[in-house]
Design a protein around this ligand. Structure first.
Ligand code: LMR
Length: 334
């Protein structure tokens, strides 16, 4: 009897734990849609390396790039179902999930620079946006940069009227649809993995993206003109399945939080250079003619895109837009 009780006591005391070395690691499947050689691709690889190092192998991160597992929409569903544990969708892809406030980042020219961006993502609004994900079974961990967007087509896009009648691919954001309509184009929502073929076959005429995404998907090879418009921004929210995250042993979770903080710093440090290098590589390839807008053309784009704010305010929330602008502006006076 005594030895039985001691055995029970030992078992309870050690939580029935097998020796650490014998435990199989916790697996995090991190799925994303871009190439490994991009700000997000490199950030994901860096997170994997740090997470495995900080947890001393108790966590294994499997990174699946290039829509290998899931396309844009399916990956979010897969996360909610627990088929994958981690994603980093672009901020323009949270509308279909019902969290429309994220689309504030898609408003044309809302971000003057990256300092303003950090003020928003690291401030109260960033936290508020993440809290909106909790009821969807998702926890937001970090904001990662890609960069500012350029426009591409097979005709030069200098003035808003140059967009007239063009079918332009957009991400699944109503703000981006409104943006293209405001320019006189016809927006077409397509998953990222489908863009190259759609451009090649003429299903769409043009697109907007960061130089890094364009170059690594070879979009430039099927687009004669690239306008260096920087009219908008692409960034990511790194998200996890909430149940999975909350169920992790606390020490492991805190190791992973440290890995995520360090990977975030890294990803945000390399993003500008990645995009500068991609632009340079496109230039060298000679595939496309670059267009730089003069002051009058820039003013005409801004003017044409201004109505998007009023049109989209009921969707995003006037308060969210004002808070964004306030936090972004405050960064300039600090
Ligand atoms: C796109 O779908 O155009 C991009 O945002 C993809 C990505 O994740 O960068």
């Amino acid at each position: 009897m005594k030895s039985f009780i001691i055995a029970i006591g030992l078992a309870v005391g050690f939580g029935f734990a097998a020796p650490v070395g014998a435990q199989s690691p916790i697996v995090i499947k991190f799925s994303h849609v871009v190439a490994p050689d991009t700000p997000k691709g490199k950030g994901a690889e860096h997170f994997k390396q740090l997470a495995e190092q900080y947890t001393r192998g108790r966590v294994k991160v499997e990174v699946y790039p290039n829509s290998q597992l899931y396309k844009d929409k399916e990956e979010v569903e897969a996360l909610q179902l627990g088929a994958v544990q981690m994603l980093a969708p672009s901020l323009a892809k949270f509308g279909p999930l019902g969290v429309k406030e994220f689309e504030v980042f898609d408003l044309p020219y809302i971000l003057p620079n990256k300092v303003a961006l950090r003020a928003v993502t690291d401030g109260p609004l960033g936290r508020k946006l993440f809290s909106r994900l909790e009821s969807k079974g998702i926890t937001g961990l970090a904001f990662w940069d890609n960069g500012f967007k350029v426009m591409s087509a097979n005709r030069p896009l200098r003035m808003p009227e140059d967009f007239r009648g063009l079918k332009m691919r957009v991400q699944s954001s109503k703000v981006l649809e409104a943006q293209m309509r405001a320019l006189g184009a016809i927006p077409q929502v397509l998953a990222f993995s489908e863009v190259y073929q759609a451009l090649q076959t003429g299903v769409v005429d043009g697109s907007e993206n960061t130089p890094s995404n364009m170059y690594t998907q070879k979009h430039n090879e099927v687009q004669k003109y690239i306008t260096l418009s920087e009219h908008g921004y692409i960034g990511y929210a790194v998200i996890v399945n909430k149940k999975f995250w909350d169920g992790l042993p606390p020490d492991i979770r805190s190791d992973l939080e440290r890995a995520m903080a360090d990977a975030t710093k890294y990803a945000n440090e390399i993003s500008q250079q990645e995009n500068d290098d991609a632009l340079e590589a496109i230039k060298k390839s000679g595939s496309s003619t670059f267009i730089t807008l003069n002051a009058d053309q820039k003013a005409a784009w801004r003017q044409a895109l201004l109505p998007v704010y009023d049109e989209m305010a009921p969707r995003i929330g006037k308060d969210v837009i004002s808070e964004f602008e306030k936090e972004a502006k405050a960064s300039r006076t600090n």
